[in-house]
Design a protein around this ligand. Structure first.
Ligand code: C5P
Length: 222
């Protein structure tokens, strides 16, 4: 069997990371969460009190920040240098600012370069917004995962309740829609289904059903 590159893209909260992680586990592939990388740069910029609209300063941070992943269950840990930031990069302040940082061209150039190195030997499941279109245009498997904004907000709402966070459902849906709009309308590598990607609407599918569909596609060409 070949060590493939599997690209999973789609809008916010479509279940990409949950599914990508399970698929990676099943095939003993590496899992790379590229959203976590943009989130880490956003956190580093805020920690260094850099204005997120200062493209040059944010780019410098992107170039000088070492982001690493440490495999773990149930979550993969994320580090900036030696600082563990797994939880910190999920805070609302990061979620609601990350799209500004991700729209900076030179930041993307730096991230894409790092992502290609991580994926270069194959045996990887990488999730994000531009993996199939830009980062790994030759990936053998490309999935575009979607679900209605309402369903995505409901999923996020349920996760939040488990964590003791009580943001109203309507506000979650609004935040998701704002982020999708920013991500799909930016000039550089906007969120877009690659021509050769398989569209998977997960609105009425369980996590297991989605994982099974992707696994079947991988096994066919592996
Ligand atoms: O996947 P996640 O929702 O954690 O991604 C956070 C943000 O990072 C996205 O809303 C988007 O602005 C940016 N992103 C991106 N390209 C990727 C992955 C994430 O622009 N490949």
């Amino acid at each position: 069997s070949k060590a493939l590159q599997v690209a999973i893209d789609g809008p916010a909260s479509a279940g990409k990371s949950t599914v990508a992680k399970l698929v990676a586990q099943q095939f003993k592939y590496i899992y790379c969460d590229t959203g976590a990388m943009y989130r880490a740069i956003t956190l580093a910029a805020l920690q260094e009190k850099v204005a997120l609209t200062d493209d040059k300063a944010v780019t410098k941070i992107a170039q000088n920040t070492t982001i690493t992943f440490k495999p773990g269950d149930p979550v993969q840990q994320v580090f900036i240098g030696t600082q563990e930031v797994t939880q910190a990069i999920r805070e609302p302040q990061i979620t609601n600012n990350v799209s500004t940082v991700a729209a900076i061209e030179a930041v993307r150039t730096e991230m894409v370069e790092q992502q290609r190195v991580i994926a270069s030997r194959g045996g990887i499941v990488m999730d994000g917004r531009d993996i199939g279109t830009t980062v790994l245009p030759d990936a053998q498997v490309k999935i575009f995962l979607v679900a209605s904004a309402h369903e995505r907000a409901v999923r996020r709402y349920r996760e939040n309740i488990k964590k003791g966070i009580n943001t109203p459902l309507s506000r979650l849906q609004e935040e998701i829609e704002i982020r999708d709009k920013k991500d799909s309308t930016r000039a550089i590598s906007p969120l877009k289904q690659a021509d050769d990607a398989v569209l998977l609407d997960t609105t009425s599918l369980s996590i297991d059903e989605v994982v099974k569909k992707i696994s079947t596609i991988i096994m066919k060409i592996q």
